[in-house]
Design a protein around this ligand. Structure first.
Ligand code: HSE
Length: 363
């Protein structure tokens, strides 16, 4: 009989996997697209289940180069060796939590990332069957596509013995992001690595984890309205060029944001997060009520507020959970009063772990 082991406590039912179960500590990585192995690997599991968290990209002035992972929200992927699937291929056998996603792996974020990871691992003799459980709504600004891609890349990697580092997993997810929403790593990098991540360079890809101090409280207040803001459309709204004053301002604010993260300065982080003069002003008018929501959050005591990723979710920051809940209610009220949109607010911590294996059945 196969033994199923879990990286979580077996006494607790799995809801959202703990942020303390990841096996590999991550520091800094550089990457290239080269396949990392030429010999074929044997699977170490017959099936695995993985989880990847939601993410907040941009964080205001960090458009396309800063992102953070959010605890307690995300997507799950179950993956198994399936002799009925052609060797070297993956099929998507089930998608739950969304009826809008294609089960064709070539047009599905999880499928694209799984195929890219299989190629990197040189998997040719085994067919895989994938189930995707969406915990994140599509087009919400919470890195839904990246969470699916990160969970799939980690699942394939773990099935074959976890030979790839996070840099390659990010690259596999980036292939998926490029096809689905645009070539940006500020969701997929934190979804894979957890915490705050700075994308220092895209070519070659260089990722820098920014370690937020363990002893400092930080809460993201996420207000998600019933409104879809497809990333492609929200990217099309941006200017192709910007003037020097905006460049100087946004760079200084991005620098302040990075410093605040490293110092655990939540007030400074909020101030910098609120300060984008390039992207937010173009996108906010496309999200009904967003400008009023930002004002309401700050008036209620949030240290800062901006659009999460491409929107429509608004993200504010605070250092106290109870305060966060009150601020969240004000944001919900503002979405309704000014934008005529119903919304839900959540108060969440930073996910410091990123995509992870949560169950595996050894071969
Ligand atoms: N940086 C990307 C954008 C993130 O704002 O378009 C999308 O989630």
């Amino acid at each position: 009989m196969a033994i199923c082991f879990q990286f979580q406590s077996p006494l607790k039912p799995i809801t959202f996997p703990s942020s303390t179960t990841k096996r590999v500590p991550i520091f800094k990585c550089k990457a290239s697209f080269s396949t990392t192995t030429t010999t074929e690997l044997e699977p170490v599991f017959t099936s695995v289940k993985s989880f990847a968290p939601a993410t907040v990209a941009n964080l205001g002035p960090g458009f396309d180069f800063l992102g953070a992972a959010v605890d307690g929200l995300g997507d799950f992927v179950s993956l198994s060796i399936d002799p009925s699937v052609s060797p070297g291929h993956v099929t998507i056998s089930e998608i739950s939590g969304s009826s809008k996603l294609s089960p064709n792996p070539l047009f599905n974020c999880a499928g694209i990332a799984a195929i890219a990871t299989m190629k990197m691992l040189n998997v040719r003799s085994f067919g895989l069957s994938l189930k995707l459980e969406k915990g994140l709504p599509l087009g919400s600004g919470l890195g839904s596509s990246a969470a699916s891609a990160a969970a799939a890349a980690v699942a394939v990697n773990e099935l074959f013995g976890a030979k790839l580092g996070v840099d390659h997993l990010v690259l596999a997810g980036l292939e998926s992001e490029a096809k689905v929403s645009g070539y940006h790593a500020d969701n997929i990098a934190p979804a894979v690595m957890g915490g705050f991540v700075l994308i220092k360079s895209y070519d070659p890809l260089e990722l820098k984890p920014l370690i937020f101090p363990q002893n400092q409280e930080l809460f993201f207040i996420l207000a998600s309205p019933e409104f879809e803001a497809p990333t492609k459309k929200m990217r099309a709204a941006l200017p192709a060029e910007i003037g020097m004053p905006h460049h100087v301002w946004n760079c200084s604010q991005a620098g302040a944001l990075v410093a605040s993260v490293l110092e655990g300065d939540v007030v400074g982080l909020g101030k910098a997060l609120s300060s984008d003069k390039i992207v937010e002003p173009k996108r906010a008018p496309l999200i009904p009520g967003m400008e009023a929501v930002k004002k309401a959050a700050i008036k209620a005591g949030a240290f800062g507020c901006t659009i999460s990723g491409a929107g429509p979710t608004a993200v504010a920051v605070i250092d106290n959970e109870e305060e966060g809940k009150k601020i969240g209610q004000k944001m919900v009220d503002a979405f309704l009063e000014e934008g005529h949109l119903r919304s839900v607010a959540m108060v969440k911590k930073l996910d410091r772990v990123g995509a992870r294996l949560i169950e595996g059945v050894p071969r």
